[in-house]
Design a protein around this ligand. Structure first.
Ligand code: 48F
Length: 294
């Protein structure tokens, strides 16, 4: 093998040896790929992140559009925020647009949030002024990157299976690997503590249902229970969503479709302005509650 001065092989001759550049590495110095190092790097990096997020300002259940937007604003405000997502992919029901046509519709107010995330929109030609269309794949990816870059942590493949409650207030989430849930394995979960929690789990409003199951009808709804979402009514549903994105049990807030499901608002289909505005409104209400508690 041809050697450079200093005895190191040239890059072209290194085969599978990955060449690193930059000031920390002597020029042309090969970096050996050891499988054990790859494993160790992944484990240590992940565990460092998880163990530094066991006592959160805000835990968010569900990385759909409302959870990602709430996570973005809360992390940007300086709160330690983590989002736990059951599935492999984040983004919830936004990727598929309407019936798998990968477009979403957004109203003017919601568009301002997409603008902030750098998502391109075009006026909806067939609809009245003030409605816009965006590519759902672009929008979902941008929300995910935006939340991460703002400092929110995202832990995917983790299912929230229960809630931790002390003295009638939510204090944390009981989590387990989604694979454990899917395989129905008898494996005990672990707990993450949080000052405030957001249920952004969508139509099923899973965290609120857990509170109801464990604590009885104590939710701040007319019946104390999850009211269940009403039938499709886009205009009414969108308006109700922002109003409903609030605290429904001490330390537990709702955002996105969970807000309408818990408080009995209508569903609204593939118009997403309300989801984004709900995430933002919920983040503002959580921020106010955290600041008041200081
Ligand atoms: O359903 P989802 O996208 O909720 P959203 O933010 O947005 C709703 C829209 O997508 C759409 C709509 C528009 O009009 O109605 O449905 O309210 O995202 C919810 C996320 O929560 C995850 C789930 O996998 C999804 O990605 N999730 C649900 N339950 C749990 C969970 C759980 N127990 N633990 C962790 N993640």
């Amino acid at each position: 093998m041809q050697q450079e001065a200093g005895g190191q092989p040239r890059e072209a001759e290194c085969g599978s040896i990955y060449m690193k550049t930059g000031p920390a590495f002597a020029e042309g110095m090969p970096v050996r790929i050891e499988e054990a190092d790859i494993t160790k790097s992944i484990l240590n990096s992940y565990l460092r992140e998880l163990s530094s997020n066991l006592q959160l300002d805000v835990a968010i259940g569900g990385a759909g559009p409302s959870g990602l937007v709430a996570g973005y604003y809360l992390a940007r405000a300086g709160f330690r925020t983590a989002i736990f997502e059951r599935k492999l992919s984040v983004g919830g029901g936004m990727w598929g647009g309407g019936m798998m046509f990968n477009r979403i519709v957004i109203q003017e107010e919601g568009k301002a949030i997409l603008d902030e995330f750098g998502v391109r929109c075009e006026p909806a030609e067939e609809a009245p002024k003030g409605l816009h269309v965006a590519n759902s794949v672009e929008a979902t990816s941008a929300l995910c990157v935006g939340a991460l870059k703002a400092g929110a942590r995202i832990f995917n493949l983790i299912t929230i299976e229960d809630v931790a409650i002390r003295g009638g207030a939510m204090v944390g989430l009981v989590i387990n690997w989604s694979a454990v849930e899917m395989a129905k394995l008898h494996v005990d979960p672990m707990v993450v503590m949080a000052r405030k929690t957001i249920d952004a789990t969508g139509h099923d409003s899973e965290l609120c249902r857990m509170v109801e199951r464990k604590m009885g009808p104590k939710l701040r709804t007319p019946t104390g229970k999850v009211m269940g979402e009403g039938p499709m009514w886009a205009e009414k549903g969108e308006k109700a969503l922002v109003r409903n994105s609030k605290e429904v049990y001490p330390n537990l807030f709702v955002a996105g479709m969970a807000a309408n499901a818990v408080l009995g608002g209508p569903r609204m289909g593939p118009i997403f302005g309300g989801m984004l505005l709900s995430g933002k409104a919920c983040a503002e209400r959580v921020t106010a509650a955290l600041r008041q508690a200081r």
